[in-house]
Design a protein around this ligand. Structure first.
Ligand code: FAD
Length: 281
């Protein structure tokens, strides 16, 4: 199928993006890498009057460290962040998760912020941002606001973003000196969305376990350090709390089993410090 006709506005900077959005509600959609949006338009699930393309905005391509955060602006592609030499030291969980996401060709067009804005519950980047306690910065003509990732994702493909807001940048907390990380997932084929994805961040005082692909948004749980049967019990309780559903790919029971198995594997991987767990369930 082909999309309904739309006007294409090519913005030259962030000011022009927010100006194009002002007062036009859902009539205008932002076009970033187009890797999710074009499918939505082709299926006519949305029929905006206009798209505002931000890929020509040099001021939105910036990726920089700012105090304790890695700040990734809206036009920075997933590949450009993945290629960043310092990434493994800066945000190890993001470095571990990116290769699981789709394919290199898609990551060369898709943006970090576009994935966060799209808010697919099985996507890797919303899970990483929520697990790390990151933030999104939303900008409109009259100012900016900062929203914690855990408040930003409000349901299946839905977020706290208002229609006239540009997701200007996302802010990933830099690695803590004493914190270890791991990411793993199970998908039917390499590059597919995860059926279940697990992200772990652990230091001496806290174990964070994030789960994607099961609930309608990434889910984060925080625990004190857990071992042995206490960890198994926590993972079992977590698996049951997610309201898993049967679908064409996997039963609810299968999803709960993956949460328990991959959860245990990711916690072990974080403790062994490789930081990246294996693929198979
Ligand atoms: C074959 C295939 C496999 C894939 N596999 C995976 C996978 O395994 N895991 C995964 O996570 N993703 C996967 N994807 C999705 C892909 O990663 C997209 O790149 C990503 O979801 C969206 O990024 P984008 O820059 O292309 O955004 P777009 O498609 O341009 O936009 C997506 C949505 O976000 C909005 N938007 C984009 N940027 C902003 C912004 N700055 N502010 C406000 N709103 C904005 C758009 O208006 C649109 O509604 C796959 C895609 C394909 C085609």
């Amino acid at each position: 199928m082909k999309p309904a006709a739309f006007d294409l506005l090519r913005a030259g900077n962030a000011d022009e993006v927010v100006e194009a959005l002002r007062g036009r509600g859902d009539e205008v959609r932002i076009l970033a890498g187009g890797q999710s949006l074009m499918a939505v338009l082709n299926l006519r699930l949305a029929q905006p009057r206009a798209l505002v393309d931000l890929t020509g905005c040099a001021d939105l391509r910036e990726v920089r460290k700012d105090r304790a955060m890695l700040v990734v602006h809206a036009a920075a592609t997933q590949a450009s962040v993945e290629r960043r030499k310092e990434l493994r030291g800066e945000v190890p969980l993001l470095a571990a998760a990116l290769p699981w996401m789709s394919h290199p060709q898609i990551r060369s067009r898709g943006t970090i912020c576009g994935s966060i804005a799209h808010a697919d519950p099985a996507a890797e980047l919303p899970l990483v941002l929520a697990t790390l306690g990151g933030e999104v910065v939303l900008r409109r003509a009259r100012g900016r606001r900062t929203v914690a990732a855990t408040d930003f994702f409000t349901g299946m493909l839905s977020t706290a973003r208002r229609p006239d807001e540009l997701l200007e940048c996302v802010r990933f907390p830099l690695a803590g000196a004493d914190t270890r990380y791991a990411f793993t997932e199970f998908a039917l084929r390499h590059g597919d969305f995860a059926l279940v994805a697990i992200a772990v961040a652990e230091n001496a005082g806290e174990l964070r376990i994030g789960v994607g692909g099961v609930a309608d948004r990434p889910v984060l749980r925080r625990y004190p350090r857990l071992d042995g049967s206490a960890l198994d019990d926590a993972l079992n309780e977590l698996a049951w709390s997610l309201d898993a559903r049967d679908d064409a790919n996997l039963s609810a029971q299968g999803r709960r089993r993956l949460v328990r198995r991959l959860g245990r594997r990711a916690v072990n991987a974080a403790r062994e410090t490789t930081g990246i767990a294996g693929r198979t369930a």
